[in-house]
Design a protein around this ligand. Structure first.
Ligand code: FAQ
Length: 313
């Protein structure tokens, strides 16, 4: 690669050459800000995303299901922590990121503002929400910022286990009693459209996509990933014998893709603005957990000081 004293040119050449940008490299300020925004919102999504499923840990129908769900929710906590650490390498402080989540300033994924009403929702979340997350996150393993790309490799491996465990719940319900199959269908009916919204606004209404694609932070646009998800998921629903709640869903031979119906973008923006069915409840749960964890943070600080004093001696 050409060596140049111009840092902007050096950065552009590195990105063009598929090299990773590392924390100590020079980077344009808007690139840093975009990454902090996306990575911290991604971290918040993992942490808030523990709540809808955490709601079912005590009510899982068997010991095996409980152990699996517990492991999944713990993985999500881990993902949040790697992602906060990745954002910290860009100069963001953990305290500030968390304060922004708690004040409602920072966004997190719209999907986690919907309620989990039945056990079948654990199946639908694993199958569809984790399925959508993988579709979006596998390309992020090749994102241009090194620490984010490396965090995504492990996260994607765990997400694929999450997706399989959800699909397995759906298979059990879909092949069970009529009541169980109805529960699975009801969960699919309620989660399908919010899951399509997870990919973000349509490309022509997505202010960040063009620049993020140019910087190779994003590798596909929101609409491209949404289409890939629909194409991959329709045969999975057919295998389950369940019906996707979209009368306009139809294979388009000429495009080689499924056509699908219109997404309710008014609903999406309402949820993003804080007016979804569970936004308030989710934020309150996080604020409460943070306040109740105060003593842990205090104890950790005192302990770190003690060790420092001991090491000085
Ligand atoms: N919800 O210009 P764009 C998981 C905002 S998976 C809320 O298109 P961008 C795993 C967007 O921030 C879920 N807000 O933005 C799990 C922007 O506002 P801002 C998390 C949304 O960044 C599974 C504005 O709309 N995954 O947690 C949403 O280029 C099961 C305009 O949008 C990630 O975060 C939305 N759905 O593209 C855990 C993946 N969509 O920030 C537990 C990484 C858009 O300018 C259980 N993130 N907005 O104020 C990304 O790939 C991107 O950030 C997108 C949005 C694709 C989400």
């Amino acid at each position: 690669m050409m060596q140049t004293p111009d840092p902007q040119l050096q950065f552009d050449l590195k990105v063009a050459d598929e090299q990773r940008i590392e924390p100590k490299d020079w980077m344009p300020e808007p690139y840093r800000r975009t990454l902090i925004r996306q990575i911290s919102q991604h971290a918040h999504s993992e942490i808030v995303g523990m709540l809808p499923e955490g709601n079912w840990i005590t009510r899982a129908p068997s010991l095996r299901r409980k152990a699996v769900l517990l492991a999944k929710v713990q993985d999500e906590a881990g993902h949040g922590l790697y992602l906060y650490s990745a954002a910290e390498t860009l100069g963001a402080s953990r305290e500030q990121m968390i304060a922004d989540l708690h004040s409602g300033k920072a966004k997190y994924s719209s999907i986690f503002n919907y309620p989990t009403l039945s056990w079948a929702d654990m199946g639908a979340i694993g199958w569809l929400v984790d399925g959508a997350a993988i579709m979006n996150q596998v390309p992020l393993c090749r994102t241009s910022y090194g620490p984010y790309a490396r965090a995504m490799v492990r996260i994607c491996k765990e997400e694929s286990f999450h997706q399989r465990q959800g699909y397995e719940i759906m298979m059990t319900l879909a092949n069970g009693l009529k009541e169980q199959k109805d529960m699975a269908q009801d969960a699919l009916n309620r989660w399908w459209w919010p899951v399509l919204m997870m990919f973000g606004p349509k490309d022509d209404e997505s202010p960040n996509t063009a620049q993020s694609m140019q910087w190779k932070i994003k590798r596909f646009t929101n609409d491209e990933l949404r289409q890939k998800f629909v194409d991959a998921t329709v045969p999975q629903a057919e295998y389950l014998g369940l019906t996707i709640p979209d009368p306009d869903l139809k294979w388009n031979e000429a495009r080689g893709h499924y056509d699908f119906g219109a997404i309710n973008w008014d609903e999406f923006w309402e949820v993003v603005k804080g007016n979804g069915p569970c936004n308030r409840q989710r934020l309150e749960a996080r604020q409460k957990a943070h306040a109740e964890g105060e003593w842990v943070r205090e104890a950790a600080l005192v302990y770190a000081k003690k060790r420092e004093m001991r090491d000085e001696r």
